[in-house]
Ligand binder design. Structure first.
Ligand code: FMN
Length: 229
């Protein structure tokens, strides 16, 4: 087993500490959640940016080995980790920009032991479902062996900025914001000798249902990551 959950949490309303107030999934439902505290990301890892850009590639073949806890920590921090804490009413800053700093893209991991939500403030994973649904990361045949699936979910309720009034503006911004995060994942993978491909070929309705997402939570893209075969 890759992770040993640190604790079995009962998450009642308003007792989720650093979890965002609009995190309905965790706030409004009394769910049993496994919390996995990730190790600190290795911010002093060195790899030339220009090399990572040169080596970034979509890779569709992986070994059947799980990523280590450290690799997942680094990958998630690179994706959209916090680089500057929020203060007063100002939100935190991330490795990825977002329209009006909405930070609407929630990153879910599909792993052998279940579906987890990345909780950036505490740099931890919250178990959403104890089910292995990795084969639904994408519809292509090779997804049957996807070692780690990432699902980028736009929480439209977070998109309240002045330029995000219309449905179209929300949709466009969610796709762009996902692109930044996905590219961060790609670059980390290039630097860490991992293979990755972002996916639009996804049965979003099926995945939405399996992940028990809400109406205002929309799947934008997914991405697979694994050790190079
Ligand atoms: C929005 C988007 C959706 C994509 N969807 C898929 C997909 O469903 N399946 C796949 O194998 N590759 C997918 N790709 C990867 C592209 O095929 C790939 O980026 C392109 O062929 C260029 O190759 P490179 O990424 O190695 O430069 C997608 C890429 C983007 C940007």
């Amino acid at each position: 087993m890759l992770f040993q959950p640190l604790s079995l949490l009962f998450v009642p309303p308003n007792s989720v500490g650093m979890i965002n107030a609009d995190d309905e999934l965790l706030k409004s439902e009394k769910i049993l959640a496994h919390q996995i505290k990730l190790p600190a990301p290795q911010l002093d890892l060195e790899f030339p940016l220009m090399k990572a850009l040169e080596q970034r590639r979509s890779i569709r073949k992986w070994k059947d080995t799980p990523l280590s806890e450290q690799e997942i920590s680094n990958l998630l921090w690179a994706a959209c980790g916090i680089t500057q804490s929020g203060y007063s009413k100002a939100k935190s800053k991330r490795t990825a920009p977002s329209a009006c700093n909405s930070q609407e893209i929630r990153v879910y991991l599909l792993m052998e032991k279940g579906v987890f939500l990345y909780q950036e403030e505490n740099h931890e994973l919250i178990e959403i479902l104890p089910l292995d649904i990795r084969e639904h990361t994408g519809t292509q045949k090779m997804m049957k062996t996807a070692p780690l699936g990432i699902v980028f979910v736009a929480d439209l309720s977070r998109m309240t900025g002045p330029f995000l009034k219309s449905k179209e503006a929300k949709r466009l911004s969610a796709w762009v914001d996902t692109g930044f995060i996905s590219q961060n994942v790609y670059l980390y993978c290039a630097a860490a000798n991992l293979g990755s491909v972002v996916l639009g070929l996804v049965d979003r309705d099926k995945l939405h249902e399996l992940m028990q997402l809400k109406e205002h939570e929309k799947i934008v893209l997914t991405q697979v990551v694994g050790h190079l075969a």
